[in-house]
Design a binder for this molecule. Sequence first.
Ligand SMILES: Nc1nc2c(c(=O)[nH]1)N[C@H]1C(S)=C(S)[C@@H](COP(=O)(O)O)O[C@H]1N2
Ligand SMILES: [Mo]
Length: 401
Amino acid sequence: MERRDFFKKAAVTAGAAALGTSALEAGVTHQPNNNRKIMDIAFPEKRPLITYSDRPPLLETPQNVFTCALTPNDQFFVRWHMPDIPTYIDMDKFTISVNGMVKKELKISLKELKEDYEQVEVTAVLQCGGNSRSAFTPTAGGIQWGSGAMGCAQWKGVRLRDILDRAGVKKGAEWLAVQGSEKAAYYETPNFIRELHLDELDDHVIIAYQMNGEDLPYLNGFPVRLVVPGVYSDSWIKMIDNITVSDKYQNLFFMDHAYVVPDNECECETPEKLFPKTKPIYRMNVKSVIGYPLNGAKLTLKSQAVIRGVAFDGGAGIKDVLISLDGGKTWDKSLLDSGKLGRYAYRTFRYSFRPDKLGKLEIMAKAINKLGEEQPLSKDIKWNHGGYKYNGIDVITVEVV
Ligand SMILES: Nc1nc2c(c(=O)[nH]1)N[C@H]1C(S)=C(S)[C@@H](COP(=O)(O)O)O[C@H]1N2
Ligand SMILES: [Mo]
């Protein structure tokens, strides 16, 4: 699709979405609600997805997609904060400007990005800190995501460090602020900016223009976005148009006041007694999600059944995914894929068995990473008011018939 047509099509679909059924089935569950409805209309470049809002677009990936190592672009979840996102980008004029404490200010076109710098690739999971929020009890504030506010893709672009080297960071500079091109609708709302310390820029932090071998979908940040492997996706700024280098940390709204957890050992608090000090969410904890079978599915007695899903963490790497069919009394190792996509990617798992008892069967999956960290039972999950970092053991219930 021509990018220029985006607005026209978006306007049509947005109108349709407004008339559609409510996709938001909020409610308190003890597990992420993974049976939400998929809308029968779609945004441009997307298949129909679970839709919470059309302005801004908030789209969740359906559970059954979490059987593949790479999430297809047209099923990749979408999250924007401002109601008004740019609906037209003039690629003849588009540049990323680099300014602030640099020896040479830059304005980099997409062509220059693709031709004048070393091109690198990384496969990494992009997960909203609020993914699975609907599993918190009591309800935590925010979009009541199931477990589909995540995806894994192969990202291609240029190291942010290489860009800064080209600009030449001045002595004394410590921070950079990466800004999305959408502007806040009201003057009280701050722009979407991520501040990174220069020390956070390892070789894997890139400005990406491609995802799974294609241009970024418009809604996933066309033409370029930040990729920070292992880190929650509020850091993965989309539609970047500016990078400012500075010696000062500005303490901005989204990363320092919105996407935060209590700054204590358990990162926990209660609704009655919120913890007074907070810290930004950063590295992802270990997690797995069952993609197949779906909650409520029917399995046939004594026939071969398979459980499939994905697991990941903040970059240490997955060691095992264990399956329990007896409410967590015993656990058995699943088969993991080779892991060749690297430590930031999904590891897919599968586990075969023959159900031998009629009736309801609970299936649990628990990932353990190479540091020995494992997913807690959902009842042991510690609450925080933003509903961030949920990583309870995934449980689905099927019926053996
Ligand atoms: N410019 C911009 N970048 C952004 C955001 C945004 O609102 N504006 N939201 C962030 C958050 S909180 C999430 S979860 C991811 C979502 O990425 P996706 O829409 O590609 O799935 O983008 C991040 N980058
Ligand atoms: Mo997010």
